[in-house]
Design a protein around this ligand. Structure first.
Ligand SMILES: [Zn+2]
Length: 271
């Protein structure tokens, strides 16, 4: 199985919400998985062609005046998949950690892909009045959904998970708290745990206080706290497992700690 990590541009947030003076840039990471029999899967799809039309403007109505997007045409997921010598139309499925505006903007670039999502998340996002953080136009045109049927199966200390392909290569893990239905993706052979937005930066695995930005975007604070506590334990006892949040700066191999739109287009982590 091959796994590629790349960032689809950067989100620029005001410094104070991240407890700093200057504006803060954080990446929107996507992960391409090339499975020998199940084909291509993409974990989150970040910002897509639609964002190129919008320029810097945030697709989220209420955040638009405060939080902007920095994206180069070569950074949308479909382009980066092409640069890795794959055809974006061959992406079979998109696994969404959750359906917030920054994770599913690029769905329109993959019209044939099945979208794999936590059932609670889909229900919440598709409510008549869209809740804060969701923009229905980003997922209105999805043709095929797969709602994850989690099993009572412990995975990394979390009680509910699903072996997606039945061969132990890709495990979906229920990580409640950040949104109504939030999931992580564990790749056991690669020892990578994609934790979505359970934490924003890796230092939250060590210190107790999440940043204001993270608190503002959390659906269930108590559940998120329990998820974070479990991740901290895991980090302590299994340091060999790389935990990567969707907005992590430093995947294995290292992203430079600079505004991410200057980062390399793609990195192969494990072959
Ligand atoms: Zn996010």
């Amino acid at each position: 199985m091959k796994v590629f990590l790349f960032s689809t541009g950067a989100i620029e947030a005001p410094g104070p919400v991240m407890r700093q003076m200057t504006n803060y840039f954080f990446p929107m990471m996507c992960v391409l998985i090339d499975h020998p029999s199940q084909g291509l899967s993409l974990v989150d799809c970040g910002f897509g062609t639609n964002q190129l039309v919008r320029g810097d403007r945030n697709p989220e109505r209420l955040l638009a005046p405060f939080v902007s997007i920095k994206l180069h045409a070569s950074q949308i997921a479909a382009k980066q998949i092409q640069s890795l010598d794959y055809d974006p139309q061959d992406v079979q499925r998109i696994i969404l950690t959750h359906m917030h505006w920054d994770h599913c903007d690029g769905l329109a670039d993959f019209p044939n892909a099945e979208v794999v999502v936590h059932p609670k998340e889909k229900k919440h996002a598709c409510r008549f009045l869209p809740p804060l953080g969701y923009e229905p136009f980003q997922f209105f045109d999805v043709k095929k959904w797969q709602e994850v049927k989690f099993r009572r199966q412990n995975c990394l200390g979390f009680s509910r998970s699903l072996d997606l392909f039945g061969d132990g290569s890709v495990k979906l893990v229920d990580l409640p708290g950040h949104s109504a239905g939030h999931q992580g993706v564990f790749l056991p052979s690669e020892k990578i745990f994609l934790t979505g937005d359970a934490f924003l930066e890796e230092d939250e695995l060590h210190r107790r206080r999440p940043r204001p930005y993270q608190l503002m975007n959390t659906y269930n604070h108590w559940a998120n706290w329990r998820t974070l506590s479990c991740l901290r334990k895991l980090h302590k006892h299994s340091p060999d497992i790389a935990m990567l949040g969707s907005h992590s700066f430093c995947p294995p191999g290292g992203w430079p700690n600079h505004p991410v739109h200057w980062q390399p287009l793609a990195r192969s982590y494990s072959i």
